[in-house]
Design a protein around this ligand. Structure first.
Ligand code: ADP
Ligand code: MG
Length: 291
């Protein structure tokens, strides 16, 4: 590889908004045959909103008061959606004591000496709550590629809040370009199977892993490298940093967190997934010029 052709390639990639921070990433990108995408903020916009508030016990305001009381202490994108919805509805967040966020599960805290929990099914069921009564609502939320959040106070299920995040308008086209380049596309997400499947179907993703805890994303990357793939990881969140570092090439979405950007070898300034096939094309052209 001549330093000159690499420089030209790095410059060309920059024109597409792909900032290459590590010189060898340009050459490695030519060999990529698997791209692993994070869901929230990578395939989707990363600004979810509440699409459904379904109360079983009590009314919508009770649900939103408790849910926003919890979520105002969290920085998760889901939390912002819940807080915004309560505000729009003119509901005051309840004063929650002993708040705790559980990675990849949900949030909890005490209100008037009762434990209140908002999070996913697996976690609430592991806490002994019976969610069968809200199955229908949850299913209709996931069918629309949304995420159901279950709210419980003590041992009582109060209802379900549906949160959905729009798919970026060009995600599907960018994934089709990766396929044209002979690259397989996988998604990893902490979200549940049904929601992941809906997103995969809408975007043409080949394969997905759902309910992956943040700390396990890097293991998925390593396992796929172990199978012989040359792997790119694309992500935006703090949670994605170890997976970005574990990949052959890490792509950080430029609008994402600093930690993700520092762990990646390429930053996509435009926030669009098109930056990935762009970088691969430039990389392949560069390598062709070298040989
Ligand atoms: P992602 O990979 O989509 O960023 P996370 O690992 O952050 O997902 O979260 C996985 C799941 O854990 C979410 O889909 C949600 O069900 C639950 N969860 C995480 N954080 C929160 C929160 N602040 N409020 C409610 N649920 C949460
Ligand atoms: Mg994300």
């Amino acid at each position: 590889a001549t330093p000159m052709s690499i420089m030209v390639g790095v410059g060309k990639a920059a024109e597409y908004g792909a900032l290459i921070r590590q010189g060898d990433a340009l050459q490695t990108a030519s060999k990529l045959d698997l791209v692993i995408l994070d869901k929230t903020g990578t395939i989707t916009e990363g600004h979810p909103s509440v699409t459904r508030v379904h109360a079983i016990t009590g009314d919508e305001a009770t649900l939103l008061g408790l849910a926003s009381g919890l979520e105002r202490h969290s920085e998760h994108p889901l939390a912002e959606a819940v807080v915004a919805r309560a505000k729009d509805a003119g509901v005051q967040p309840d004063a929650i004591q002993n708040f705790k966020a559980l990675n990849g599960q949900g949030v909890q805290g005490e209100f008037r000496n009762q434990m209140v929990r908002l999070g996913n099914r697996r976690w609430l069921e592991s806490e002994g709550l019976q969610l069968a009564g809200v199955d229908d609502v949850a299913q209709s939320i996931t069918r629309d590629a949304g995420t159901p959040l279950f709210l419980a106070r003590g041992d009582e299920v109060l209802g379900v809040i549906g949160v959905a995040d729009a798919i970026k308008e060009d995600s599907r086209a960018a994934i089709a370009r990766l396929h044209d380049a002979g690259v397989r596309v996988m998604m990893v997400t902490g979200d549940i199977e049904a929601t992941a499947r809906a997103i995969a179907e809408q975007t043409g993703i080949d394969e997905f892993r759902a309910e992956v805890l943040p700390e396990d994303k890097a293991e998925v990357v390593s396992a796929m490298r172990g199978k012989g793939y040359t792997v790119a990881m694309v992500g935006d969140g703090i949670n994605d940093a170890p997976a970005l570092a574990a990949a052959d090439v890490g792509f950080a979405i430029g609008t994402g967190t600093d930690v993700a950007i520092e762990s990646a070898s390429i930053t996509l300034m435009r926030g669009s997934l098109h930056g990935v096939p762009d970088a691969i094309e430039v990389s392949r052209a560069t390598v062709r010029n070298i040989h």
